[in-house]
Design a protein around this ligand. Structure first.
Ligand code: AMP
Length: 221
């Protein structure tokens, strides 16, 4: 039975960090739309350049473009036995589209709740690898080199500017927070206190996921 996880939460709530851990533990791919767009930006493709302009201002890309990207990614063979979506859906229309996909039948949805002040603090301190775009683990936040590929650790373009940080929180509140109401009534939705240590969040996340039987498995029993 595939484990199809959606990670919700504001920017810098720890979605990426937790998605990496879960991906290793369950051997299913982490699919981060932000990473996909940052990689496209590095290649200088038309999509990448357009995405970079929007990302640097803290704006979202259009729903239909994002849906196309995610559909293509979920169709790849490595996503058959499950996946962790980090950064998608970010709007209710994106969530509706995901529900309409075959993989949408058995979603486990986990929200990481973190107060705004803590999010700003994390964005200010966050470092990512210039080469492979990996986030630094919190305990290696000041390391000069990426533990994955040795690349240089830098501040993300959209983390460095106070106005853009604030704007991303506003965009989250307006576009993405309604997703909590969209998913809240489901048996496979959980909200976790993301302001705890990464180890603690990971432990709660794993326990919640272990405790949830995907809906269509339950139907089959
Ligand atoms: P993230 O790494 O998830 O914080 O995403 C970085 C940026 O990529 C966001 O601020 C948006 O500009 C863009 N982005 C990522 N995922 C989506 C999405 N599902 N819909 C629209 N824009 C997105």
């Amino acid at each position: 039975m595939a484990l199809n996880v959606v990670m919700l939460g504001p920017p810098a709530s720890g979605k990426g960090t937790q998605a990496v851990r879960l991906s290793k533990a369950r051997r299913i791919p982490k699919i981060s739309t932000g990473d996909i767009l940052r990689e496209a930006a590095q290649t200088g493709s038309e999509l990448g350049l357009r995405a970079k302009a929007l990302m640097d201002r803290g704006e979202l890309l259009g729903d239909s473009e994002m849906i196309g990207i995610v559909k293509g990614r979920l169709a790849r063979p490595d996503a058959v036995s499950g996946f962790i979506l980090d950064g998608f859906p970010r709007t209710v229309p994106q969530a509706r589209e995901l529900d309409g996909m075959p993989q949408g039948e058995s979603l486990v949805v986990v929200d990481l709740a973190v107060p705004d002040g803590e999010l700003i603090r994390r964005m200010e301190g966050r470092r990512v690898c210039r080469t492979c775009a990996a986030n630094a683990e919190p305990d290696e936040g000041s390391a000069a080199a990426c533990s994955r590929c040795g690349g240089e650790m830098v501040t993300r373009a959209d983390d460095g500017d106070a106005d853009v940080r604030q704007h991303r929180l506003e965009v989250y509140a307006r576009e993405s927070k309604p997703l909590l109401d969209y998913y809240r009534g489901r048996a496979t939705f959980r909200s976790i206190n993301g302001a705890q240590s990464p180890d603690r969040v990971a432990a709660e996340l794993m326990a919640e996921i272990d405790g949830m039987v995907p809906v269509n498995t339950r139907r089959a029993q």
